[in-house]
Design a binder for this molecule. Structure first.
Ligand SMILES: [Zn+2]
Ligand SMILES: [Zn+2]
Length: 317
C-alpha cells in the first residue's frame, strides 16, 4: 500500500486576519504571506508536489467599490459575540494595485503556472460557526467564491477550506459546485473565534517531540461531497514555534507517511503563506517536502491535491 500525501495552503491576505486588529495596524504577516506565495508555489512544484491553494474569494476580484457606506451591501453578514464591527468594514473598495492585501488575482496565476489546484477559503473569510451564523451567510460565501473565480477566468472551484477550520453548513457546498472540503484536524470540531488559546501548548509539544501524527481516510457523503481528512498544520517560525527543530518537523512528516502507508490513509498537512516569512521556514519546508519526494520516487507515496483525492474517492465510492 502507498501513502497519500496532501498539502493545502490557506491564502487570505488580510481577510483571514483583520478580526484581530493588531494584524491590520501592523500588517507584517499579510505582507510576508504575499511576498512568500510565488516562491512557495514554485518550490513545492519543484519537489513534484501539487498543492491546493485555497484563496479567500474576495482576493480573486479584479476590484470592488468604491463604497459609499457599507461595502457589498447586498451580501448577508456574519455577526459574532467576539467582534463588534461590520464584517466588511475594512474592505478598501479598490483594486490590487491600491490594496494588495485585499485583492490578489495576480497571485493565482503563479499557482496555476505550477500546476497547483485553486480552491476556496470562503469569500470574505466568514467563520461558519453554526451557533451564531445563519445558513444564508454560508450560501453566500460559497456562491460568491465561485462567482469571483469565474470572473477571474478560473474553472469552477472544487475544494473548500473552512475559515479557522470551523466546519459549518457543509450541506450547502454541493449546490455551489464544490466536491470536497478539508475537515478539522483529527476530525475533531475546531473552536470558533479569534486565534489563540487552548490547546496550543499541547499541539506545539506534539510537533517538538515529532509525535506520530494522526492520519485519516476520505469519506464520501450522501450528497457526493468528500470529507478530506486533515492531520496538522506545518508550523512557521513565529514566536515560540521557532523552538521546534527542523529535524523534528521532518521526522513528523516521515512518521505520518509511514502510518499512512500502513493504514492506507492520507497524511494531510496545511499552512498559511505568512508562515513562510523567512529563510529558515523555507528550509523547513524543503526538508519536509524532500522526504515526501523520496517516498514518491520509490513508489511508496502519492502526492495529490484535495480535488484529485476527492475525485478518486468518488470514483471508488
Ligand atoms: Zn470588496
Ligand atoms: Zn483562514
Amino acid at each position: 500500500m502507498s501513502a497519500r500525501f496532501v498539502l493545502s495552503l490557506d491564502v487570505e491576505g488580510l481577510w483571514g486576519l483583520f478580526f484581530v486588529r493588531s494584524y491590520v495596524e501592523r500588517p507584517d504577516a499579510a505582507l510576508a504571506g504575499r511576498a512568500a506565495l510565488p516562491r512557495l508555489a514554485r518550490e513545492i512544484a519543484e519537489r513534484g508536489v501539487r498543492a491546493t491553494f485555497a484563496f479567500v474569494g474576495h482576493l480573486l476580484l479584479d476590484r470592488c467599490g468604491p463604497w459609499d457606506g457599507l461595502a457589498h451591501p447586498e451580501l448577508p453578514r456574519p455577526a459574532y459575540p467576539w467582534y463588534d464591527r461590520d464584517w466588511y468594514d475594512d474592505d478598501p473598495g479598490g483594486d490590487e494595485s491600491s490594496a494588495p492585501l485585499w485583492y490578489a488575482r495576480s497571485q493565482v496565476a503563479a499557482c496555476r503556472a505550477h500546476g497547483h489546484e485553486i480552491g476556496a477559503h470562503g469569500f470574505a473569510h466568514a467563520i461558519l460557526d453554526t451557533t451564531c451564523v445563519p445558513r444564508e451567510v454560508a450560501v453566500a460565501e460559497f456562491a460568491q467564491a465561485q462567482r469571483a473565480a469565474a470572473d477571474a477566468d478560473l474553472p469552477p472551484l472544487r475544494s473548500f477550506v473552512f475559515p479557522q477550520n470551523v466546519v459549518g453548513h457543509e450541506d450547502a457546498l454541493a449546490a455551489a459546485g464544490f466536491t470536497c472540503y478539508r475537515d478539522a484536524d483529527l476530525g475533531r470540531p475546531a473552536r470558533a473565534g479569534p486565534p489563540g488559546g487552548m490547546g496550543r501548548a499541547a499541539r506545539l509539544a506534539a510537533h517538538a517531540v515529532a509525535a506520530a501524527p494522526w492520519v485519516g481516510t476520505p469519506r464520501v457523503r450522501d450528497d457526493g461531497v468528500v470529507v478530506v481528512p486533515s492531520s496538522f498544520p506545518l508550523l512557521g517560525r513565529e514566536g515560540v514555534r521557532r523552538l521546534v527543530p527542523r529535524a523534528a518537523r521532518a521526522a513528523r512528516i516521515e512518521k505520518g507517511l509511514e502510518r499512512a502507508a500502513r493504514e492506507d490513509a492520507v497524511l494531510h498537512v496545511w499552512s498559511h503563506p505568512h508562515a513562510f516569512a523567512d529563510e529558515a521556514a523555507f528550509d523547513d519546508l524543503r526538508e519536509a517536502l524532500d522526504r515526501v519526494a523520496a517516498w514518491c520516487a520509490r513508489g511508496d507515496a502519492r502526492a495529490l491535491t484535495m480535488g484529485a483525492l476527492a475525485e478518486e474517492a468518488r470514483r471508488g465510492a
